[in-house]
Design a protein around this ligand. Structure first.
Ligand SMILES: [Zn+2]
Length: 418
């Protein structure tokens, strides 16, 4: 018996550019539309169910409708296809449907965890396209790998995808191409971004590490304080400043976006649908390409920071980001989204796995208000406010830089739980 994705030790994700033909582009759009449709259907049913359950008086017709909806949500794949026959089209990937349903259920669960009431939002029709499929392997295959599943590499620049057929790709790391025989493919996402580029991303798993273990004796451990003043401060007192790329490009982006909305307005006045307004579409492509540039720079920055942290330490500790609190405080949620802490934590987690390091998150309670020298906890009026960047401990008299002190406490907490 070969191992499943979850049973394999090492995981890795890879995203490569693909070059579909006109016909393949049409198929990608169809599958992406269907995937969004299924997600929204599920959401519609859950939304109705949610409303109906608020009706406290037992009305027969309401009870019957609740039963029907519950029945449909139990077996959505068949039930939605029965109501909407076009979903049975042979051009649609059946695993795309399964993944759309799975993704909706996951979003629903996550949403219910954070919000006590309410339902995820509908997915709007956008210029981007996206759907997921899964790589399947024949039952008794002795060695499932990158060359023998339903998603498979045919050579070093061609990939076979379900329903789409053969596509040229580029950008796969040579290391991966050289070891196609011991890597298994899992969930596979096919997407088109707002600038019209196509990509395929694959979850990979293997018994062997994806990166060679780093040599050298790394006994260092480090605590990281994430704050809004700078990007991060570590327990050795090093500060990484907030990246500037966004500030410098913000003006350019705002200008391009204003031009875009002027063009939308003009098209509206002339009663032309946006999809046929050439000037509007040209400007939309420009806005999208600026946004892609910002995203790329942000990703590079986060990759550099996370790689440096993981390569130089065998234990990295950060505070956990708690979505519940973050969503309550909108301004904070916005700034966190902006600097990309969530993405950074994700990168730290997978790079720790990749390089065989330890990454731990801890509850940030009291990490700011405790003196890292003597353990004194600031009380009542003494409590530091956001404006207090520097302070002196009233018990032992140590002078502290707020974020550095917090990073030291984070490290101590992490060492205790690691
Ligand atoms: Zn103290």
């Amino acid at each position: 018996m070969s191992k499943t994705m979850a049973q394999l030790t090492y995981h890795y994700g890879v995203k490569v550019r693909i070059f579909p033909s006109t016909e393949q582009k049409r198929l990608i759009k169809r599958n992406s539309d269907a995937s969004r449709f299924i997600y929204n259907e599920m959401n519609g049913m859950n939304r109705e169910l949610f409303m109906l359950r608020q009706v406290k008086i037992p009305i027969t017709i309401v009870q019957q409708r609740i039963q029907t909806l519950e029945q449909r949500l139990k077996n959505p794949s068949t039930e939605i296809s029965n109501v909407h026959g076009w979903l049975n089209s042979p051009y649609l990937d059946s695993l795309m449907k399964a993944n759309a349903i799975k993704n909706y259920r996951y979003a629903w669960k996550l949403f219910r965890k954070v919000h006590r009431s309410g339902i995820p939002v509908f997915h709007k029709k956008r210029t981007e396209q996206k759907y997921q499929t899964s790589c399947m392997y024949a039952g008794k295959l002795p060695n499932p790998n990158m060359t023998n599943g339903s998603v498979r590499l045919l050579d070093r620049c061609h990939i076979q995808l379900p329903k789409l057929g053969v596509l040229r790709f580029k950008g796969m790391p040579v290391k991966l191409l050289n070891r196609q025989n011991n890597v298994r493919i899992g969930t596979t996402t096919i997407s088109m971004d707002a600038t019209g580029r196509y990509y395929v991303s694959m979850q990979l798993a293997s018994d062997q590490a994806f990166a060679t273990e780093l040599s050298g004796n790394m006994n260092g451990s480090v605590g990281i304080d994430l704050n809004t003043d700078n990007f991060l401060t570590d327990s050795d007192g090093n500060v990484v400043a907030n990246p500037r790329y966004y500030r410098s490009i913000k003006g350019k982006l705002a200008k391009a976006q204003r031009k875009l909305s002027r063009r939308a307005l003009r098209a509206k006045k002339q009663r032309r649908p946006l999809r046929d307004a050439k000037n509007y579409q040209k400007q939309r492509a420009i806005v999208a390409s600026i946004q892609r540039k910002v995203a790329n720079r942000r990703n590079n920055f986060l990759h550099n920071v996370s790689t440096a942290l993981i390569k130089n330490h065998d234990l990295v500790v950060t505070e956990e980001l708690r979505s519940k609190n973050m969503l309550r405080n909108h301004a904070l949620a916005m700034s966190i989204a902006d600097v990309g802490w969530r993405t950074l934590l994700g990168m730290l987690a997978y790079k720790a796995n990749l390089y065989n390091r330890q990454f731990v998150t801890i509850n940030p309670r009291n990490t700011t208000q405790t003196c890292s020298q003597c353990g004194y906890l600031m009380q009542g009026n003494e409590k530091l406010t956001l404006a207090d960047r520097k302070w002196t401990c009233p018990q032992c008299g140590t002078y502290h830089i707020r974020d550095w002190n917090a990073a030291k406490n984070i490290l101590v907490k992490g060492l205790a739980s690691a």
